[in-house]
Ligand binder design. Structure first.
Ligand SMILES: Cc1ncc(COP(=O)(O)O)c(C=O)c1O
Length: 376
């Protein structure tokens, strides 16, 4: 256990160089210096193996963030890396389709309940937008209801406070519903609502069969239901929340945990809806069939299946949550701090009204960094 703060001179030097050139310096909000205690936390990573990262100054940490979602098996996991290396010998991007596109689609068809049809892409936001576009085309309606985070594209970010650059006409087509609040869903339902896109679960559990009732309301209104399974897919269960809760949405989108860090995303759904991609709806991209990520996906999913990784994440996460709760009890901190969510994705809450939660988080991160733990 490290008793003092790590030396982070090289990190800081890179940070100051980047500040002159890049605005902002991070490409992923959750990895940027604003997310970690500035001045004591490392800013740039050099390498990683298993659950440990080494920063550019040579300090090692136990990483609780794991790539902000994608590193589901561990960094530099041999079985996945070997699959990538094997494919690298044969090529990355080609001028024809690659058989791995089909093999991945067949694998997803096996494990994801609603995967009658599959599209493959690169980013979470891409497949969210593709799902919304095809829902609009299928229903011949314009409006969208959202619940959760769905990436950087106009139709979603227009609902947030960071909405500069998005025309009012686009913003007016999206409405936000509240999780576990069927009244807010009913308010959004009208004859022009094409789809509801929702993170089926974040930290709060669905109450009183919320997801089942949401599906009923959508069906009654002729609105398509889209599950955004970026976090739940390959984590809560291999097939995601739709498998875990037994609610089959019309469309679903996946990314993050499915390729142990390689960039890939999927849209799955009803055949009659998805077949519009053949003709009326345009959705193609240069790197959609990039083969290293496809090879990594197959290897990751096979490993997850063989080792029952969702159960492992559940057991380990439950142990973390239980021990955290024990410590809260032991130190009588019930009115200050709590832990909630699911074992595979939990959150620490600072709940005392007199304490600024951001200050408390900064302090906790700072003290954990001293002990060699990278936490957010
Ligand atoms: C639930 C959810 N949907 C969509 C996205 C967007 O994915 P990407 O950042 O790959 O575009 C994210 C990313 O964090 C997410 O958490």
């Amino acid at each position: 256990m490290r008793a003092e703060f790590p030396k982070i001179e090289k990190s800081l030097e890179l940070y100051h160089r980047a500040k002159k050139l890049m605005h902002p310096i991070t490409q992923t909000l959750a990895k940027g210096p604003g997310q970690f205690t500035f001045g004591v936390s490392p800013i740039y990573v050099e390498s990683a193996k298993g659950a440990r990262i080494t920063d550019v100054d040579g300090n090692e940490y136990l990483d609780y963030c794991m790539g902000i979602g994608p590193i589901s098996l561990g960094y530099a996991y041999d079985k996945v890396d070997n699959a990538i290396k094997e494919q690298l010998e044969k090529g990355i991007t080609f001028s024809l389709m690659h058989r791995l596109e089909l093999e991945v689609a067949e694998k997803l068809h096996e494990i994801i309940p609603n995967a009658e049809s599959i599209r493959i892409s690169k980013q979470g936001a891409d497949v969210c937008s593709a799902a919304v576009r095809i829902a609009r085309a299928f229903t011949k309606r314009k409006k969208v209801a959202v619940c959760g985070y769905h990436g950087w594209h106009d139709w979603y970010i227009g609902t947030t406070t960071r909405d500069a650059g998005i025309p009012r006409e686009i913003k007016e087509l999206t409405t936000t519903i509240k999780y576990n609040d069927l009244d807010s869903v009913k308010m959004a339902m009208d004859a022009d609502l094409a789809c509801v896109i929702i993170e089926p679960v974040v930290f709060e559990e669905p109450n009183n069969n919320f997801l089942h009732h949401l599906q009923e309301l959508c069906q009654a209104n002729g609105t398509l239901l889209i599950f955004d399974e970026m976090w739940t897919g390959f984590r809560l269960a291999l097939g995601g929340a739709q498998e875990y809760f037994g609610v089959k949405p019309d469309l679903a989108v996946y990314s993050k945990a499915c390729a142990n860090g390689m960039p890939i995303a999927f849209l799955t759904g009803r055949d009659d809806v998805m077949s519009l991609f053949e003709t009326d709806v345009f959705y193609f991209t240069t790197f959609g069939g990039e083969a290293l990520s496809l090879a990594a996906t197959l290897a990751t999913i096979e490993e997850m299946k063989e080792k029952n990784v969702p159960k492992y994440l559940n057991d380990l996460g439950a142990s973390l949550m239980n021990k955290f709760k024990e410590l809260i009890g032991k130190h009588k901190l019930e009115s200050y701090i709590s832990i909630s969510g699911y074992p595979c994705r939990s959150i620490v809450n600072f709940i005392h009204p007199a304490i600024d939660a951001l200050v408390a988080k900064t302090y906790l991160q700072q003290e954990l960094i001293k002990r060699g733990i990278y936490f957010s």
